[in-house]
Write a protein that binds this ligand. Structure first.
Ligand code: ADP
Ligand code: ADP
Length: 225
């Protein structure tokens, strides 16, 4: 069964740009789906609509297994830029989504440390973002997305700003985590390499107007993780 279902999503921005045109997509539980396509084809717009960050002009996003009010708590979002609060420790940055739900620092401690352990950064809980490398900052933002234990992880070109080696390491870490925890992941990328290496389904989008031109299940031909 689908965990998230897009039905006939179109999006025209205020300036008249048609970003999406009648896009439909069912993502099933446990899938690692890449949304692949050239810049400007509407990948980010589709992801932001799934996240509820922007409204579609028409069509709807359904969460067949959940009450609508619950669905928003089932999502983790990782942006291209780590967007960490520079004045706050790694711990406080990861605590943020729980804090916004009114969970105290003390009650959040176990879950924050668990999320940091997941990304290998528990020893850096008391550090500040400026003390971390680019790859480590990205791992902090992944921990922040995981701390609410989401069922669906949305990632918008998460590693695009990193150097190739860091990017490769993080791809392996992410793959290992996905295989361990069985999340559903929707991963926006314009990298054919990343989509083939990471995902078990590749949805290709084309620009003007944004729509799906192919949707294929793939099996990675080599050992992964
Ligand atoms: P992608 O993620 O595939 O690069 P986007 O979803 O970011 O594509 O953008 C799709 C199209 O919508 C592009 O033409 C982009 O310029 C346009 N667009 C994105 N956001 C806005 C916005 N807030 N206002 C106007 N046009 C936008
Ligand atoms: P980047 O390549 O962007 O600088 P990396 O994540 O590859 O980022 O980390 C670079 C360096 O940061 C590592 O060589 C290591 O010294 C340190 N580092 C990264 N993660 C850890 C960790 N979990 N524990 C200890 N040191 C780490």
């Amino acid at each position: 069964p689908a965990i998230v279902s897009l039905k006939g999503i179109s999006k025209t921005f205020a300036n008249g740009t048609v970003a999406l045109n009648n896009l439909s997509l069912d993502v099933r539980e446990g899938e690692f789906v890449s949304l692949l396509g050239p810049s400007g084809c509407g990948k980010s717009t589709a992801l932001r609509i799934i996240a509820g960050l922007i409204e579609p002009t028409s069509g709807r996003v359904g969460w067949p297994q959940e009450e609508a009010s619950q669905a928003e708590h089932e999502l983790g979002f990782v942006f291209q830029e780590p967007t960490l609060m520079p004045w706050a420790t790694v711990f406080s940055n990861v605590w943020l989504p729980l804090r916004l739900k009114g969970i105290s620092k003390k009650s959040a401690r176990e879950r924050v440390m668990e999320a940091l352990e997941t990304v290998g950064l528990a020893p850096f809980a008391a550090s500040y973002p400026r003390e971390l490398s680019g790859g480590m900052k990205m791992r902090v933002s992944i921990a922040r997305a995981l701390v609410t234990r989401p069922r669906v992880l949305l990632m918008d070109e998460p590693f695009a700003a990193l150097d190739e080696i860091t990017r490769f390491k993080l791809n392996n870490d992410l793959l290992h985590l996905w295989e361990t925890f069985g999340w559903t992941v929707i991963f926006v990328t314009h990298s054919v390499f990343e989509s083939v290496y990471l995902s078990n389904r590749i949805v290709v989008m084309a620009a003007r107007p944004g729509r799906i031109v192919s949707d294929s299940a793939i099996d990675a031909p080599y050992p992964r993780g």
